[in-house]
Design a protein around this ligand. Structure first.
Ligand code: GLU
Length: 499
């Protein structure tokens, strides 16, 4: 049966609740349904599940939209672009849920419940005292539906609960885990419509997945325990069941438990984050992030480097795995660096440019294009371009005076080396690396100083830093005059120390 489902066009959705910042769990919950819809030639839908008013956060929806856009996970229908099943924001679909909840009441599959929170609380306490599972005690189950309607019309506060069968069992199938049979007696009369008139996730998601003709529900494993209720709801309406796949959970890097606030703060100190907005700031690329999250829950070899297009070609829902995935930031670095290496030069240049311009440097496009072959291999994150390459765009560099003194030498000897370098390079009409490197190497030979000492001084003088891209190639890009000016400045600094 699965083979058949896997080849027909699919309608899939990403259905986040706008309750906080977009993190890698959200991104993965969007990626797999996106891949499936693209693989099978269907539609990928964004639905905003904003029915929990207490947890609602303004701005969260926009952050989700921005995150999807950044990752390149373009949806075909959604709150900002509309579509045949508009609206795509659940808070705007109240009437639909109402109608469906009451339909279930009429079919005697659900009932209106007028129990007060106080009474329910007492019942719960009592159950817990008797070591029973807390659940609804059934008081309003037997109410006649006409009577219930009258009380509702009279303005009494109510919720609508699912009328869980007392007997029998239900078998549900999760694509990654197989089928699970649950005794109905273990299930509760769960609330479908809350007293504020908004639906719970259980009702809203089932109604929308049906009305929006979703074929595959790919969602977090926290919903696995509610699946029997969900299938009960779908069957009560007599609808077709979509395929369900519950994704594995993410574990913190140690492999033990979920990331806590403290773990997140620790990660941030090391330059890592699980939030997409931060990752973007930290210089991660959508390609690197996507590759990293794709492999956390998809049974392809762990070091497979894939672009989004390649993922679409290779994706199969059958190869998702239920095993928990530990967050490994080193792997993120690996994929990010790898994708930077694979980028076209002009593409990489366009992405590096904002990092340079926001530093207020004297930025030049032609210089950046020349720098890229020197920088590319050294970048793990895009913002590394600043620590490696800001000196290309500075009017002046201000090396740390101690760094100008080579290891094993004093300031006088270092000044001597800098003066010789100035002469040698000054004698060249240009300082292409072909021209400047041989005479400098000859000087190393004849002077008895080591290459590390001589080139170390030159590097600090010209770049202002101890680590840089290849020295002679960098000098070529900076140009003869600027290099000589910087070496002269180093000589002055060293002479000031010796005088
Ligand atoms: N709104 C739910 C959540 O964010 C969505 C689960 C689903 O995909 O059905 O957890």
């Amino acid at each position: 049966m699965e083979k058949l489902l896997s080849t027909k066009p699919a309608r899939t959705r990403f259905a986040p609740s706008p309750t906080g910042r977009m993190h890698i769990g959200n991104a993965r919950s969007a990626l797999y349904p996106f891949l499936l819809a693209r693989r099978l030639g269907g539609q990928f839908i964004l639905r905003i599940e904003d029915t929990d008013q207490k947890r609602y956060e303004p701005g969260a929806e926009q952050e989700l939209i921005n995150g999807l856009r950044w990752l390149g996970l373009q949806y075909d229908e959604g709150p900002d672009i509309g579509g045949p099943h508009s609206p795509y924001r659940q808070s705007e679909r109240r009437a639909i849920y109402h109608e469906h909840a009451w339909k279930l009441v009429e079919m005697e599959k659900a009932f209106a419940c007028f129990c007060t929170p106080d009474r329910l609380d007492k019942v719960r306490q009592e159950q817990m005292k008797n070591k029973q599972n807390p659940r609804y005690d059934g008081t309003c189950r037997a109410l006649d539906s006409a009577e219930a309607r009258r009380r509702v019309d009279a303005g009494e506060k109510y919720v609508i609960r699912f009328k869980m069968p007392k007997e029998g069992s239900i078998t549900t199938a999760d694509l990654l885990r197989g089928s699970i049979t649950t005794e109905n007696s273990a299930l509760d009369d769960s609330v479908l419509l809350k007293s504020d008139g908004l639906p719970t996730y259980h009702l809203a998601a089932m109604v929308d997945d049906h009305l929006m003709e979703i074929t595959h529900v790919i969602r977090g494993s926290e919903w696995l325990p509610s699946m029997p209720l969900h299938i009960h709801i779908i069957r009560a309406f007599g609808w077709d069941e979509p395929v369900f796949a519950h994704l594995s959970v993410f574990l913190k890097p140690s492999g033990k438990g979920k990331m806590s606030k403290r773990d997140r703060a620790e990660a941030m100190k090391d330059g890592y984050s699980i939030f997409l907005g931060d990752m973007q700031e930290l210089g991660y690329t959508p390609e690197g992030v996507l590759n990293w999250i794709a492999l956390m829950g998809w049974g392809v070899p762990e070091d497979d480097v894939m672009t989004l297009d390649r993922m679409i070609e290779r994706f199969s829902i059958d190869s998702l795995t239920p095993s928990p995935a530990a967050i490994n930031f080193q792997k993120l670095d690996h994929f990010n660096a790898t994708h930077i290496r694979l980028m076209r030069t002009d593409d990489l240049a366009a992405r590096l440019k904002p990092y340079f311009t926001r530093e207020g440097l004297n930025f030049r496009d032609d210089v950046l294009l020349k720098m890229i072959p020197l920088l590319r291999e050294r970048l793990v994150t895009l913002d590394d371009c600043i620590s490696f390459g800001a000196f290309f765009f500075k009017d002046e560099v201000t090396p740390n005076p101690e760094d100008l003194i080579a290891k094993g030498l004093d300031a006088k000897q270092s000044a001597e080396i800098a003066r010789r370098a100035y002469q040698i390079l000054g004698a060249q009409p240009d300082i292409s690396h072909e021209r400047s490197e041989p005479p400098m190497r000859a000087y190393v030979e004849e002077s008895g100083f080591s290459a590390n000492q001589v080139f170390g001084i030159l590097r600090v003088a010209v770049t202002g830093q101890k680590v840089s891209p290849p020295l002679f190639e960098s000098m070529e890009i900076i140009g003869r005059d600027v290099c000589l000016k910087r070496i002269q400045n180093a000589i002055d600094v060293l002479e000031k120390i010796t005088s």
